[in-house]
Write a protein that binds this ligand. Structure first.
Ligand code: ADP
Ligand code: ASP
Ligand code: MG
Length: 413
């Protein structure tokens, strides 16, 4: 008998037929004698619909009230799901975040889980009930409803699995697992049997929305056995796990792609100590996450500074930096929205040379200009013009031969 946490994403609970279909999977697990906790997303499109509804009444909706609204999407699915199970004679109880005691901080719209008091979930499991938990939502210390950020139900599921020390956490979605790249962008994308936590973290942070990044962070920290599977087939899916030696022989395991960033350039910045902090402190104080930063070598004591921020924060960043740029005597602040970021990821990159050159070569062959580059031990990202984004994904996927399963290195000795 195992304790299993399953999470079903929006497309898996998009309508009553699909709810019934995935519920049958849960029933099977339960009838086999497993204890089942089921975390659900809102029906596909519902969270977007609620956001649009809010914007019809308020251009910039109050974050607290917006979270109260957005949390309703998941309330609908957990109740429907449990209702269906009960109608089949399977005991089930739905729990909202305050009932499941998922405690977060008060950053509405991007709240962090601080802790989960699993007593109530355990109590329900002891009574042999299937427990359905509303994903994406939490509650702060005084009872305000919060949400975790888009895609946050993944994080709910993994955090619950970690707290319960579950035997397995399964994320059910509309594709058969984690692929070498988004299968909707490249038909040659190949499903991975396994992926290392660190690779998955990079892929998620670089735009692969198959798993929300914080869920992978939790899985890594608490060593949660995590599987990504399709709710429409019985295929085995992808295991997200600690890395092993075999993974380290493969230099590139995936290509990620994001359209979420915008570029900010400040020209003719005086090159002297203290300038960077003058520019970046107000941005940090506004809770804006700066990603790639490039500073050119200075000529005549002046330099250009370029960095990226989330697209949604571009306007705010420009507003904040205009006055600072004037004060420090920089020339101008420019914003650019039409960029995409393509990245190659692989834990084996640290043991292989020449990977960056191959990436640049593949882009150059298609005459794609690289505007910015950033690297870490296990990834290389290039910012390019938006219109080449998907093409670049396909080119890089082909250049590194990712459609073919890697050859296993022969055993030595
Ligand atoms: P859910 O609603 O189930 O949470 P999401 O839409 O959040 O599903 O995530 C699944 C989607 O992630 C897939 O439909 C696919 O288009 C996209 N995706 C992006 N990168 C990858 C990847 N490397 N492997 C698999 N899917 C990916
Ligand atoms: N319903 C939320 C969203 O659409 C959370 C989730 O699906 O994970 O972002
Ligand atoms: Mg998702």
């Amino acid at each position: 008998m195992a304790l299993i946490v399953q999470k079903y994403g929006g497309s898996s609970v998009a309508d009553p037929d699909r709810i019934a279909n995935v519920a049958n999977r849960v029933v099977k697990g339960w009838r086999d004698g497993n204890r089942m906790v089921v975390v659900l997303s809102a029906m596909a499109g519902e969270t977007d619909r609620l956001i649009n509804l809010a914007r019809e009444l308020a251009e910039d909706p109050d974050p607290r009230e917006l979270d109260v609204l957005l949390a309703t999407g998941e309330q609908v699915t957990v109740s429907l799901f449990s209702m269906f199970l009960r109608a089949q004679g399977v005991p089930a109880t739905s729990l909202l975040s305050h009932q499941a005691r998922i405690y977060t901080d008060r950053s509405y719209g991007r709240a962090r889980i601080i802790g989960i008091d699993t007593a109530r979930i355990r109590e329900e499991l002891k009574k042999n009930r299937v427990v359905t938990v509303a994903g994406f939502q939490g509650v702060d210390e005084v009872g305000n409803i919060t949400t975790l950020g888009r895609g946050g139900s993944d994080t709910t599921a993994v955090a619950i699995a970690a707290s319960l020390k579950a035997d397995l956490c399964e994320i059910y979605t509309d594709v058969e697992g984690v692929f070498t790249t988004d299968p909707r962008i490249h038909p040659k994308a190949r499903k991975l049997e396994r992926i290392a936590y660190d690779e998955m973290l990079e892929m998620a942070s670089l735009g692969a929305k198959i798993l929300e990044i914080r869920s992978v962070g939790f899985a890594k920290r608490y060593n949660v056995p995590l599987a990504v599977r399709s709710s429409f087939t019985d295929a085995p899916g992808t295991l997200v796990t600690a890395e092993d030696e075999e993974m380290e022989t493969i230099p590139v395991s995936g290509v990620a792609f994001s359209r979420n960033d915008a570029r900010v350039t400040i020209t003719r910045v005086p090159d002297r100590p203290g300038i960077a902090v003058r520019l970046f402190k107000p941005v940090a104080q506004a809770n804006i996450v700066v990603d790639m930063i490039i500073q050119n070598t200075s000529i005549d004591g002046f330099t250009d500074l370029t960095f990226t921020v989330p697209k949604g924060d571009l306007k705010k960043t420009l507003e904040l930096l205009g006055p600072v740029a004037r004060e420090i005597g920089a020339q101008q602040v420019l914003g650019e929205n039409n960029i995409a970021k393509v990245s190659i990821v692989g834990v084996g990159m640290k043991n292989n040379s020449g990977i960056a050159a191959r990436m640049f070569e593949a882009l150059a062959a298609a005459n794609i200009n690289i505007m910015m580059i950033s690297t870490s031990e296990i990834k290389i990202s290039c910012v390019i013009e938006d219109k080449y984004g998907e093409l670049a994904v396909r080119l890089l996927h082909d250049a590194f031969g990712l459609e073919n399963p890697p050859q296993k290195a022969p055993l030595q000795g």
